[in-house]
Design a protein around this ligand. Structure first.
Ligand SMILES: Nc1nc2c(c(=O)[nH]1)N[C@H]1C(S)=C(S)[C@@H](COP(=O)(O)OP(=O)(O)OC[C@H]3O[C@@H](n4cnc5c(=O)[nH]c(N)nc54)[C@H](O)[C@@H]3O)O[C@H]1N2
Ligand SMILES: Nc1nc2c(c(=O)[nH]1)N[C@H]1C(S)=C(S)[C@@H](COP(=O)(O)OP(=O)(O)OC[C@H]3O[C@@H](n4cnc5c(=O)[nH]c(N)nc54)[C@H](O)[C@@H]3O)O[C@H]1N2
Ligand code: SF4
Ligand SMILES: [Mo]
Length: 731
């Protein structure tokens, strides 16, 4: 306020109040009366970590009373680096959303009809406990399946193990990173882990297969990528679509869907033909190089160019950049890798083999050796050994590293190898995350009992017999985060505010359910602080410090790079990096990655491709008030020639239809040359069919809804989802 403005005291203001009628007639007040302001309640900053996606970035939450005012990136948390992505910043908007699940519910109509009545926690938990006890008595505890995603899942898994069921799985394996994990594990004998341990800081070239960074908004990885690019690192992107990151590339290879491996084989061919591979690494640490050499002898860039439908000259141009950078090259292993079936594990093998022969394994600028903080597990009481899970009992997927969700669904439908009679679904909207929705719905109908623990009424909750509403991530404790790639660290999730509703954290639900079932001893702690204290004992970390700081970094115990002179015994059968995999051969799979072309789209249909939006995570953010405002719907990308042939115009509403007649949409058509003909593309997670999500309901279209099936990868057990073809119609 300018110095010339009147400052009015309360007395003067009262004295002037006679002028009020004149003022009311339109005289402008050029002063603001001074009113004694109520002192603001103090603000507090609480450290925690984000749950809007599984990057789990450290957050500093500013709160006053029971309100969160602002969420900020934690400066010391390696996944946040002081920043949050757009989704993370919008997290607090969930807290007072009336659409939230507010109290436990029990089904009153038919299963799937979506009719529920409110009950108390005691009734809800007793209902679950009675059903579980009944099923265990009749079919054994292995007839109970847990399907989970997210931080609270660990406690439910503990509950399932204590109660005797081995059948716990998440879509983050068979619908996400399964083939990648298996391909890298078969080659190096190491877990790849999350975040992907990529040395962006020192890299000289980055090669992305799909991996649409920037649209896929994994916070610190995007930041590291941007810094590497600014530093001058080369960028090669393979993607049939001109993704955001492809538009920034030095070389963009718009490969035909499913042809990445052909290009990789050509690069292996060039590396060997030009003696540009890392002969030292190859001779010290690998087996099967001569087999590989013979395998790629005829895989010239010209051969690959025919498969991938990109110019051979561009494959060579990309190779020149890779060659110049070696061994400081990142062949990004990808994350969502369940694309085309068996080809997926073979594609991951291709990425791993390139990493190896260029010497980029545990090397500066390539893949680095990740290190997690070692915090001893909670001293859980010993439990009886578990029987085999359904995949192991059926003997399928012997090379898989985790149980598959689809294996649980199959066992539910067929009763084989052992029947599954109940699902406990925690933080996973299976209607959106599993391809072949008809099979999921049939399985849900067939089950004796379904319990869903969620925070909002997404589609899966409609199928529940009992709904257990969880606290939101800003209202609860969860297990310690002990991640790390370069810097091992421990981070704490702790309540910032209290839930305004009758909701509870997963750890408490698991513990109380155990008690109801007479196995309360399986959770030998009273409060969550007791649990945390027990885990931190002997670590030198005080809970009070962790609460205050949110993140504690730990010194590394291993070097981030391989010491070649010292050597290393790889955890593979040969003790070496397996370019040629005897393990795969023994199981009847190609021991060297063989390129198999994907079929073209049948006439009149389009291959359905999908990806991410930086403002949404799967189907979990569409109803967030802020994110909904920013991006209420997805759209469907189509090439101008295809749109013209169908007589469709940019911006008009269209619907997707599967061969079995399942439809989704309407959603707006985006006519663009950024994708090839014969392909359509959309962002996953929209087209929600739950009316309880008042903002998100029926906005856009669901890719999953029109995925009639999947191409099974018999190596990892994963479900390739890009072999689905759809027709598009105007509405
Ligand atoms: N904002 C946001 N970020 C996220 C997520 C989110 O929901 N929202 N989810 C997170 C999770 S769990 C995951 S797994 C990741 C997924 O993200 P990514 O691992 O990056 O997923 P991709 O499937 O590799 O990338 C999708 C891209 O693949 C392209 N593509 C399709 N077919 C082919 C092909 O045959 N070859 C090649 N080279 N490219 C192809 C598509 O055009 C699209 O651009 O994102 C993570 N990050
Ligand atoms: N068609 C198709 N299918 C896909 C993908 C795709 O791109 N297209 N992507 C695949 C990938 S990469 C992945 S990782 C999986 C992801 O699959 P899911 O993990 O099943 O992901 P969402 O569909 O987001 O389901 C998350 C559910 O958790 C709930 N939720 C959110 N926060 C919390 C919480 O704090 N506590 C609890 N209890 N619940 C919570 C949400 O409301 C929602 O119902 O999907 C896979 N399936
Ligand atoms: S990347 Fe974004 S949504 Fe994911 S955890 Fe980090 S801030 Fe949250
Ligand atoms: Mo994923």
């Amino acid at each position: 306020m300018g110095a010339s403005r009147h400052r009015l005291t309360r007395r003067a203001f009262l004295g002037a109040s006679a002028a009020a009628p004149a003022l009311a007639k339109g005289v402008r007040l050029d002063f603001r009366p001074l009113r004694p302001r109520a002192p603001l309640l103090p603000e507090r900053d609480v450290s925690t970590f984000c749950e809007l996606c599984f990057w789990n970035c450290g957050v500093i939450a500013r709160a006053r009373k029971n309100r969160v005012l602002e969420l900020m990136g934690h400066p010391d948390h390696p996944h946040a680096q002081g920043k949050l992505c757009g989704r993370g910043q919008a997290g607090a908007a969930f807290l007072r959303d009336a659409d939230r699940l507010q109290y436990p519910l029990i089904r009153v109509g038919e299963r799937g009809e979506g009719k529920f009545k409110r009950v108390g926690w005691k009734t809800a938990l007793q209902t679950v406990a009675q059903a579980f006890a009944r099923i265990k008595a009749a079919h054994g505890a292995e007839a109970l399946a847990l399907i989970y995603h997210g931080s609270g899942g660990a406690f439910l898994r503990q509950f399932f193990a204590a109660y005797g069921s081995p059948n716990a799985a998440g879509p983050s394996y068979a619908q996400c990173r399964g083939p990648r994990d298996v391909g890298f594990h078969l080659t190096f004998g190491e877990k790849l882990g999350s975040p992907e341990p990529l040395d962006f800081e020192r890299t000289k070239a980055m090669v992305l297969f799909g991996s649409h960074l920037g649209e896929n908004a994994h916070n610190s990885q995007v930041q590291a990528f941007v810094k590497a690019r600014r530093r001058g690192a080369s960028l090669v992107v393979l993607d049939p679509r001109l993704s955001t990151v492809a538009s920034k590339a030095d070389v963009w290879l718009p490969v035909k869907p499913g042809s990445d491996l052909a290009v990789m084989l050509a690069w292996m061919h060039l590396a060997i033909a030009e003696h540009a591979y890392d002969a030292d690494f190859v001779s010290r640490f690998t087996v099967g190089f001569e087999d590989l050499k013979a395998h790629v002898a005829d895989k010239t860039p010209e051969w690959a160019a025919k498969q991938a439908e990109v110019p051979a000259a561009d494959i060579r141009r990309a190779w020149e950049r890779i060659r110049a950078a070696g061994p400081a090259v990142i062949f990004h292993p990808g994350r969502h890798a369940t694309w085309y079936g068996e080809a997926d594990t073979q594609r991951a093998r291709g990425q791993a083999i390139l990493t190896a022969i260029l010497g980029a394994f545990w090397a500066p600028g390539g893949l680095l050796r990740p290190e997690r903080a070692t915090i001893p597990p909670f001293p859980w009481p010993p439990a009886a050994p578990l029987p085999k899970d359904v995949d192991k009992a059926s003997g399928r997927f012997p090379l898989a590293t985790e149980l598959t969700t689809t294996g649980l669904r199959d066992a539910t439908l067929t009763g084989k190898p052992t029947p599954i009679k109940a699902w406990y679904v925690h933080g996973s909207n299976l209607i959106q995350s599993l391809p072949d929705v008809a099979a999921t719905e049939e399985a849900l109908k067939k089950l004796d009992f379904v319990v869903v623990s969620d925070v909002q009424p997404t589609e899966i909750t409609r199928w529940a017999d009992v709904i257990l509403p969880e606290d939101l991530y800003l209202e609860r404790y969860d297990d310690l985060q002990t991640a790390g790639t370069v810097e091992p660290f421990v981070a704490l999730r702790q309540p910032v505010v209290q839930s305004p509703f009758d909701t509870r954290p997963a750890w408490r639900i698991a513990k109380d359910l155990a008690k109801e079932l007479g196995i309360g001893d399986a959770f030998p702690f009273e409060t969550f602080e007791d649990y945390l204290e027990a885990r931190l004992t002997g670590t030198g970390i005080a809970l009070a410090d962790l609460k205050a700081q949110g993140v504690v970094k730990r010194p590394r115990k291993t070097a981030p790079y391989l010491d070649r002179a010292e050597g290393y015994a790889f955890h593979t059968p040969s003790g070496k990096v397996e370019l040629f995999s005897e393990t795969m051969k023994a199981q009847g799979f190609d021991p060297l990655p063989v390129y198999q072309p994907q079929p073209d789209a049948p006439a009149g249909t389009f291959r359905l491709l999908y990806g991410r939006s930086p403002l949404h995570t799967f189907g979990r953010t569409q109803n967030n008030p802020i994110l909904h405002d920013l991006e209420p719907s997805n759209d469907l990308w189509m090439h101008p020639a295809d749109a013209a042939a169908l007589g469709l115009k940019d911006g008009q509403s269209v619907r997707m239809r599967s061969p079995k007649g399942r439809t989704s949409g309407p959603l707006p058509l985006h006519v663009t040359e950024r994708i090839p003909t014969g392909v359509v593309y959309t962002v996953h997670g929209f087209g929600q069919r739950s009316k309880g999500l008042k903002r998100a309901f029926a906005m856009g279209g669901s890719d999953t809804e029109v995925m009639d099936g999947y191409r099974l990868d018999p190596i990892s057990g994963s479900t390739g989802m890009r072999g689905n073809f759809v027709t598009i119609e105007g509405v």
